[in-house]
Design a protein around this ligand. Structure first.
Ligand code: NOJ
Length: 835
């Protein structure tokens, strides 16, 4: 990142020792580096501890792509509508994939190799680079005097993936090459493929269209059951898959068996080894789309090839030509493919221009400017669903995730967020409760009775309003999942009514089958167990909703839910304080969970964080709870979710006690929960400490050991193993985690101080005292807010002066509707020191 003229005010000069950040070490990492602008992570050593993934997608078509070309694709649903295969339960973990093998027909050694390193991984390449950027992955290789480049991406405007290949002969002699491009198809229900493949393989068709020189595939039968079962729906899979390329085709295969050959795998397909494609077309069997081409390259000559895999709905093309329906010739045109790649890149340039930050912490800047918003966008579109760790077979879209994930994109794409919110509200019942998860294509989901899930509805709607001020959403009519329909506003109120109706006699929420912590699932099987975190979370949502009732002047709901909020203040403080922190829950028999007197699970992070965030903890209890977290839960990578981890099973707690100690919810550094703690500590005013934890959590930190961490150094994992396990520091479940959206918003709103409210933007930075200032800009309700903060006295917070477009303000609020100018230059001086 270029040094800025602003750096003079970023330099620490207040006696507090600042961490040192060196530009060179910031970019270099094990196994690769970040480009100067951080827009790409470039892997230079393919033998990473695990496959390091990226995403390419548009509103319908999604592909996961590893740094070796592995991964799968799907249309809308990774379970119900999978296009290509991924083999679960095997090593390497990213097989199969989208491969282009090159064969030098005249050489003897290393006769064929892959342009993405895998699957012919036994070879040492002269050059290998995988550039993961936003929406594309480019792999550059050099072997046997051939420089190869393959760029995988999904265009913005068509349900397809394009592989743009270039081959250059860097030797002094002419080269005769064969090119083999292939990927294994699934076409349909991925779960069914996994459990019933011997039967399912009787339904695919693959044939070669001689006119277009392309393969055409479909499946005659589609298992689109709500659940996979022995019941057999009477349905065809509704699509054609088309696979072709810009080079003339010299051979093809639609049969995986024929292409790979007996007792072989994708590392050594018989067709590649012998040079003889089977020209197989299938009406049953395992489908592949594999094409062979030949090319000659003079010394120094370069050739480019566009390869396309596209999906066309069958219903629309039954009588028509699927190739016409998708403007096929443009898809396999190199120039047009290059244009489409530029469109993807421009889309991301635009996306990432919504905000920009310049602070003294380079890892923070790179995270907020590039990788964190990118991960948040992925999380928004994939839910906890289309992922490498979340295999896409079980869960569908989570309701609580759906309503939280909007946080990460609402600043950029408010209309898409609005549509998503309206769509997700359809999964709410008349009584205010909701499904826990749902599957997009079937509309089916489960009512798991998690006590927190319905409350994310008001949470999401209020957050949307805070960003956009779009009150019209409240009047939209949305059907209930069972019967009837109501306005969005009514849906919100019903969720609150449901929560308040499900309190115990003591006024704490009944935990039912669990709360946000999915593994506290046997705390209250008899209906008496209570959740203390849930009480604070309800308090937080009520508080947020009170501001909504105030905003729209609904006095009746304001009064009754204010009473509910105050009742929670009493109940939580009467029953839930353990002496130094709040307990986490109460079992059916009233016995608490999360007490100092216990041998395991003494203290739980979320109960403390949300006690503060809800505003229900008195000042001294808030301080004590935060100090207890600092003492017991802080690690070099963030905050543990609880401590000590469970080593003995407790049947009246649940799955948490069966998880390996130090991993997952059993004491891991659970980043989602850790981010909430950062917010709580900031809210409480412990800014230096909060920022320190935020920084420890950043995957872009230059000092992380990738061999220990194992996962991608550019995205947050769901959890990092805690010191309570020998694999301390190991990350897992990257990409799809609520961490992404919370870290982004905590960075922008709570640290840099762009605090959105229903009526205005409040400028309220909470920065480390060693920052002498920062600059940041953000779009808000149609205006560009350009913020410059100076911190001459080494403070953490407290706006002592604010000037907007040259006019001194008497407060730190900006009501953008009062300003005619499109750009507001906001100059702020901080002046208060906290903690
Ligand atoms: C992952 C789920 O996606 C999330 O909703 C849940 O709250 C956490 N696990 C914690 O259990």
């Amino acid at each position: 990142m270029p040094q800025s003229v602003f750096s003079v005010i970023l330099a620490a000069g207040n006696g507090v020792e600042a961490p040192t950040f060196s530009l060179t070490t910031m970019h270099q990492r094990q196994y690769g580096y970040f480009t100067a602008d951080y827009r790409e992570f470039v892997i230079t050593e393919p033998r990473t501890p695990r496959p390091w993934f990226n995403y390419m997608w548009n509103s319908c078509y999604t592909g996961l792509i590893s740094h070796t070309g592995g991964g799968f694709s799907c249309l809308e649903s990774p379970r119900d509508n999978r296009i290509t295969r991924m083999r679960y339960n095997s090593l390497p973990w990213d097989r199969p994939g989208r491969y282009v093998l090159v064969k030098d027909v005249e050489s003897v050694a290393d006769r064929y190799w892959s342009l993405s390193w895998a699957p012919t991984i036994q070879l040492n390449y002269d050059r290998y680079e995988c550039h993961h950027g936003q929406g594309y992955t480019r792999i550059v290789t050099e072997l046997n005097g051939i420089r190869g480049e393959i760029t995988y991406f999904v265009p913005t405007d068509v349900d397809a993936e394009l592989w743009l290949v270039s081959l250059k002969n860097v030797t002094e002699r002419s080269r005769s090459l064969e090119l083999y491009t292939f990927t294994e198809l699934l076409m349909g229900n991925a779960l069914n493929d996994l459990i019933n493949q011997p039967n399912d393989k009787h339904f695919p068709d693959v044939h070669f269209d001689r006119q277009r020189q392309a393969l055409v595939a479909t499946r005659r039968y589609w298992v689109l059951n709500k659940k996979v079962s022995v019941a057999q729906p009477n349905l065809a899979w509704g699509n054609w898959v088309l696979f072709g390329q810009s080079l003339p085709v010299t051979g093809f295969d639609g049969s995986l068996d024929r292409f790979i050959g007996r007792w072989r795998s994708e590392t050594n397909p018989i067709a590649v080894e012998t040079g003889e494609m089977g020209n197989s077309e299938i009406t049953a069997g395992d489908p592949v789309v594999a094409l062979q081409s030949r090319l000659h390259l003079a010394p120094g000559e370069k050739e480019e090839v566009a390869i396309a895999l596209a999906v066309v709905p069958r219903s629309e093309t039954e009588l028509d030509d699927p190739f016409e329906a998708i403007a096929w010739s443009e898809l396999v045109d190199v120039d047009r493919a290059r244009q489409r790649l530029r469109q993807v890149q421009q889309k991301w340039d635009g996306y990432l221009s919504t905000f920009h930050v310049e602070t003294p912490d380079e890892a923070f800047n790179a995270s907020l400017n590039v990788w964190n918003p990118y991960q948040a966008a992925v999380t928004f579109d994939m839910a906890r669903n289309a992922g490498f760790y979340h295999g896409g077979l079980l869960f569908g879209t989570g309701m609580r995730d759906r309503f939280q994930d909007i946080l990460g994109v609402v600043m950029v794409e408010p209309q898409r967020v609005r549509d998503r919110l309206l769509d997700a509200l359809r999964y709410q019942f008349q009584d205010g409760s909701t499904l826990h998860n749902f599957f997009k294509l079937t509309g089916w989901g489960e009512r798991t009775n998690h006590s927190d899930t319905p409350l994310w509805v008001p949470f999401g709607i209020v957050e949307y309003l805070k960003e956009t001020g779009d009150r019209s959403i409240l009047d939209e009519m949305v059907p209930f999942y069972d019967e009837g329909e109501a306005t969005v506003y009514r849906h919100v109120v019903k969720a609150l009514e449901w929560a308040v109706a499900n309190l115990s006699d003591r006024g704490l929420p009944k935990i039912q089958n669990g709360d946000w912590n999915d593994t506290l699932d046997h705390v209250g099987p008899h209906g008496q167990g209570e959740t203390v975190w849930g009480a604070f979370f309800l308090g937080y949502v009520l508080k947020q909703s009170l501001s909504l009732f105030e905003f729209i002047k609904d006095e009746e709901n304001l009064a009754r839910f204010r009473r509910a909020y105050e009742a929670l203040r009493k109940a939580t403080n009467d029953y839930c304080w353990d002496g130094n922190w709040y307990v986490r829950a109460f079992r059916d028999n009233g016995k608490p969970i999360g007490c100092a007197a216990h041998k395991q699970g003494q203290i739980f992070l979320n109960a403390q964080s949300w006690a503060v965030l809800s505003g229900l903890a008195p000042q001294e209890r808030a301080a004590a709870a935060i100090a207890a977290c600092r003492d017991h839960l802080a690690t070099p990578y963030g905050m543990q979710i609880c401590w000590p981890a469970y080593t003995k099973v407790e049947n009246d707690v649940g799955l948490i006690s069966r998880c390996v100690p130090g991993k997952k919810e059993n004491g891991a550094i659970f980043n989602h929960a850790s981010s909430w703690f950062v917010l709580a500590a900031l809210t409480h005013g412990e800014v230096d400490f909060a920022y320190d934890i935020y920084h420890r959590m950043l995957p872009l930190r230059a000092d992380l050991d990738s061999d220990r961490r194992e996962v991608e150094p550019y995205v947050f994992p769901e959890y990092v193993t805690s010191p309570e396990h020998p694999t301390e520091g190991q990350g897992s479940h990257t990409w799809l985690t609520g961490t992404a959206v919370w870290m982004l918003r905590i960075g922008l709103d709570a640290i840099l101080g762009f605090k959105t409210t229903l009526t205005h933007l409040e400028i309220d930075p909470h920065i480390p005292s060693y920052w002498a200032g920062f600059r940041a800009r953000r779009k808000y309700r149609g205006k560009s807010i350009s913020l410059t903060v100076r911190n001459p006295d080494g403070c953490n917070l407290g706006v002592t002066s604010m000037i907007v477009n040259g006019r001194t303000q008497a407060h730190n609020r900006i009501d953008v509707s009062q300003w005619d100018e499109n750009t507001l230059n906001v100059d702020v001086v901080l002046g208060a020191r906290a903690q």
